[in-house]
Design a protein around this ligand. Sequence first.
Ligand code: GCU
Length: 409
Amino acid sequence: TLTTLGLMAQPEANYDETKVPKFSVPDPLTTFSGEAITDSQEWEEKRKLEIYQFFEKQIYGKVPALLDEYSFKVIEQDNQALEGKAQRKQITVGLKKNNRTLNFNILLYLPNGNEKAPVFLGYNFHGNHTVTDDPNVIIPEAWNENNADLKISSNKATEASRGVRMHRWSIDKMLDNGYGLATVYYGEIDPDKNDFSDGLHSLFYAEEQTKPKTNEWGSIAAWAYGLSRAMDYLENDTNISNVIVFGHSRLGKAALWAGATDDRFSGVISNNSGCGGAALFKRKFGETIGHINNSFPHWFSESFKKYSNKEEILPVDQHQLLALIAPRPLYVASAVEDEWADPKGEFLSTQYASKVYGLYGKKGIDLTEFPETDRPIQQTMAYHMRSGKHDVTAYDWDQYMTWAETFAK
Ligand code: GCU
């Protein structure tokens, strides 16, 4: 059977475990030429780089060049925000290349009373003003996807959408527990539509160029790059001790790639990131490479399209993306009803990446059984399967904070 998703008819998603193809998991500890890796030094010298380069050239795409200029400016600050609980800063970051400029705003809350705090950095889907009802948070000007439930129309956020996504960010609890939050509207980095004329990509074009080259970045890599540019500011803020990068769904894919490309992130959290995130491609359960390239042709590099419906020829899988983050703390979270994201595939890739963590004496996920729902496993690598659907909930944040307390502070 065929279903029409975007441009081309694609096979219907499989949700039947008995129809998952038999596949061999590419070994993180055997090089492409067949050499065995036995310690962390060999891993870093021989294996990590070749895996990294594969993901860079064939999946997410390469960043084409360095910026010409980087600047930031604190444009708003209140040391007694949220009823005195927090310091709020809004920072405009300016990126400049070929005389073109892109600006984005970081919303930062830091808990009052601590000299230095760990911070969660994560993109939001519709604007910094959606994560809180704080009336002082700036509403983004950039293109915004319409969403009737969230009161966004005419592709522009307004006052009407202030606070509509509060439930996804446990800001009060973060502050109470001594954590800060930094968030950015992802549409300010690259509007999420199949159009390469705008956003970060366009800064880097040569004259007459209209889209990235075959092995160059899609939107996920651009979003990951934006997280690193936010980090350029955050790492110099003297009130911040360390930054844990977080993302949900497509933004979880971006958080993982940011974690793999930038080791300044001291920890990484993937919330329901699914296909192209933590899930294994080769299981072809739920969303597949064919589906994702077809519905979101702009997310990956053009070179990744050759793997649509050809998972078997892909020489890597997503556990190797997770392994690139080793030995830094990594949390992968799924939700039971989020079958499109293949929760089991997210669990298995976490488990298969564990042996790379083992090379550093760090504990991964050593369970062989699929874990019970709502029973988190927390080591340097952590995993939970939450009951409920594709979302970010207070439960998820409670687990992330408990884990960060021991492993990621
Ligand atoms: C779609 C897409 C997923 C993605 C999700 C989201 O469902 O197919 O890959 O993770 O959107 O970002 O919410």
